[in-house]
Design a protein around this ligand. Structure first.
Ligand SMILES: *[C@@H]1O[C@H](CO)[C@@H](O)[C@H](O)[C@H]1NC(C)=O
Ligand SMILES: *[C@@H]1O[C@H](CO)[C@@H](O)[C@H](O)[C@H]1NC(C)=O
Ligand SMILES: *[C@@H]1O[C@H](CO)[C@@H](O)[C@H](O)[C@H]1NC(C)=O
Ligand SMILES: *[C@@H]1O[C@H](CO)[C@@H](O)[C@H](O)[C@H]1NC(C)=O
Ligand SMILES: *[C@@H]1O[C@H](CO)[C@@H](O)[C@H](O)[C@H]1NC(C)=O
Ligand SMILES: [Fe+2]
Length: 611
């Protein structure tokens, strides 16, 4: 304790916490850690047990805290710090100075001292159960008085750590750059000077081979601003990606992650499995899940500020319970809402692990991943909390030519997905516009009839209130240029997030429904169906009072979409709520190849009458 106090007191450098201004206020940003003062009280204590976690190789474990304060108040709270020596990092001078910086690091989670103990304010005694995940470092727990806005450090606990904090963790699959390649990305504490990372994999029950994995990491200087550069910074460890190539379509593979230490010892993850992707055009049943804006939440109830992302755990739970019934997931932007509190990316990859280790987890970039002033994002706001895309682009693999320009195409059997990056300019004449046109134009619709466009912000149609108030019913300039591409290349369905709700349009072109059908489309759509699936978990948005003609189903609730392609002619679309997994909206498309070829307004070049 004494050592700790000394370290805290000598810290002199500057730090500041910039308020994250956006619809998603990261709960950790409510804590004015830069104002924290030291007020250690010898009569107070906080103890954590057990002190060693993961002795049976668990990646997460519950711990129990017991604590006591001589001057309790309902504002007292407990911060979880990791590394345990939470004043150890050097405070960096950054932007405008806010206050004398006693602590340089935000907690990785927090909870009020009275959470499980309504009598705490009278007795000063309490206990609390918290769930910790392995995130490469030890933990300590600190009791604060003064609320989250004027924290006074009263007591610090013993240190708790995982048996192997460096263990390979949280594998996430993603489609590679060719149809028969799967990538697996994971996080560990082993750098290249300690161990060789690899994946041991092969067909289930067959011979297993080893493929060396590549390793990335980044440092504080890669962050563009606060809090990512300051109190939100946390060492990201090492992010490894293995490339599993020349897979046999639809075959089941098993894999495990390994690190060969230089003294000859191997460290292994558990064993996982996945099903290889189908050949583009292959006629087999193919099931796709799409949602945006899920965020993360804590099972132990911590960090609960303003019901930040209470839908997130329900969505995750539904998807885990239904794992056998889909093949690939698209989480189309606004992944963690870490907003510059880097620890939250570990929590997020831990939350989705049962899904992402089993099926490709494809992501798109959203405002909360990318936006930061003067960094080339199309929007100059601070929604990424200083991350400016680095976390999303490193923690997840996508088959983009340049991951900093987050657009890519990927094929899944009869589907072609063109994934745009709404945080970079998409208008005609831009690099991204060329990519989108190329992606849409280069697909053989006889083989891959189901053509899907994806972007985080609503570039198509939405009657959520903030878009309705703009008058554009979409991101301003959203569809001005893109609608001619969607029409010319006959995009079937376009998906968006950003608006936290579900909405489906008619098949539409230039604001006009091109098809009067609502549930069973036969033949040509003559336009594109636009779907907002932004109800993954972040706090819900409201709709405009008036429902535009093109809007045929709206629901302000948590949910996700599932598409099932039965063959080249039949597609089922379903919207399910996260609370029960039941279908609340659906439609079918039944059509033949000639219906795709058929010309609608602006969808075919003019023909000549010459014989
Ligand atoms: C516990 O503390 C919080 C935060 O100060 C407060 O809002 C809540 O009313 C308290 N609950 C009880 C039971 O005292
Ligand atoms: C905390 O970290 C600092 C800097 O890394 C170090 O000087 C100090 O001894 C550490 N304190 C404890 C209690 O380990
Ligand atoms: C190799 O190093 C690891 C980690 O330091 C240690 O746990 C292990 O016992 C060592 N193995 C040998 C054979 O020295
Ligand atoms: C699609 O457009 C074509 C040509 O404009 C028209 O003949 C056809 O009836 C339209 N289909 C539907 C379902 O509206
Ligand atoms: C999560 O699901 C449960 C029941 O399945 C429901 O009672 C609860 O309201 C849901 N939470 C949210 C935030 O929708
Ligand atoms: Fe968003």
């Amino acid at each position: 304790m004494k050592v700790f106090l000394n370290v805290v007191v000598v810290l002199l450098a500057l730090v500041s916490l910039e308020e994250v201004t956006s619809h998603g206020v990261q709960p950790l940003s409510k804590i004015a850690i830069e104002k924290a003062v030291i007020a250690l009280d010898n009569k107070a204590f906080i103890k954590a047990s057990p002190s060693v976690l993961g002795v049976n190789e668990e990646n997460k474990e519950w711990i129990t805290l017991t604590y006591s304060s001589s001057r309790p108040s309902i504002n007292d709270w407990i911060g979880v710090f990791s590394p345990a020596n939470f004043s150890s990092s050097t405070c960096l001078p950054e932007n405008p100075r806010v206050g004398p910086p006693y602590l340089c690091t935000a907690p990785i989670k927090y909870q009020f001292a009275n959470f499980s103990n309504p009598t705490y304010k009278d007795t000063g005694k309490g206990s609390l159960k918290l769930l910790l995940i392995n995130q490469r470092s030890d933990f300590s727990f600190a009791l604060f008085s003064g609320g989250v806005s004027n924290p006074k450090l009263v007591s610090v606990s013993n240190t708790v750590s995982f048996a192997n904090p460096n263990a390979p963790l949280y594998p996430r699959l993603a489609q590679g750059s060719t149809w028969n390649e799967m990538t697996v990305t994971w996080t560990s504490g082993y750098g290249l000077d300690e161990a060789e990372p690899f994946v041991e994999w092969g067909r289930k029950g067959g011979q297993q081979i080893r493929s060396l994995a590549v390793t990335l990491t980044f440092d504080r200087n890669t962050m563009c601003g606060a809090p990512a550069r300051t109190v939100g910074w946390r060492d990201p460890g090492f992010i490894h990606t293995g490339f599993l190539k020349e897979l046999w379509p639809n075959s089941v593979y098993t894999y495990k992650l390994g690190h060969k230490l230089f003294n000859g010892t191997y460290v292994w993850s558990g064993i996982y499995k996945f099903k290889a992707s189908p050949y583009p055009g292959q006629n087999s049943i193919q099931r796709v899940i799409i949602f945006g804006d899920m965020g993360k939440d804590e099972e132990d109830g911590s960090n609960e500020y303003n019901n930040f992302q209470r839908g997130s755990l329900n969505t995750t739970k539904q998807l885990i319970s239904d794992l056998k019934n889909y093949d690939i997931v698209f989480h189309i932007g606004d992944l963690t809402y870490a907003n510059g509190y880097l620890s939250q990316w570990d929590q997020f990859t831990s939350q989705i692990e049962p899904i992402a280790s089993r099926v490709p987890y494809m992501i798109a970039s959203g405002n909360h991943e990318r936006d930061w002033p003067d960094t080339g994002s199309f929007y100059g706001n601070m929604d990424s909390g200083g991350e400016c895309g680095v976390l999303a682009e490193t923690m997840f693999f996508v088959p983009a030519e340049n991951r900093a320009k987050f657009w890519y195409s990927t094929d899944y059997g009869m589907f072609r997905f063109c994934v745009a990056d709404s945080e970079h300019d998409w208008r005609e004449g831009t690099e991204q516009y060329k990519f989108i046109e190329h992606c849409l134009a280069s697909v053989d619709r006889q083989k891959q009839p189901w053509l899907i466009f994806i972007a985080h912000r609503v570039l198509g149609y939405s009657s959520t209130d903030f878009y309705a108030n703009e008058g554009s019913f979409a991101e301003p300039m959203g569809r001005d240029d893109l609608q001619k591409l969607w029409q010319k290349y006959k995009v079937d369905i376009a998906f968006y997030g950003h608006a936290h709700s579900y909405e489906r349009t008619c098949a539409v072109y230039q604001n006009i429904c091109t098809n009067n059908e609502k549930h069973y489309y036969k033949g040509s759509l003559n336009g594109t169906i636009h779907v907002v699936a932004g109800g993954g978990g972040a706090s819900l948005a409201d709709f405009s009072i008036l429902q535009p003609k093109w809007s045929i189903f709206r629901d302000s609730d948590y949910g996700f979409v599932k598409m099932t392609a039965f063959d080249h002619s039949n597609l089922l679309f379903e919207y399910k709520k996260s609370r029960d997994g039941k279908v609340y909206d659906s439609f079918r498309i039944s059509r033949d190849y000639r219906d795709i070829l058929a010309c609608a307004v602006d969808s075919c070049p003019s023909t000549t009458l010459a014989s």
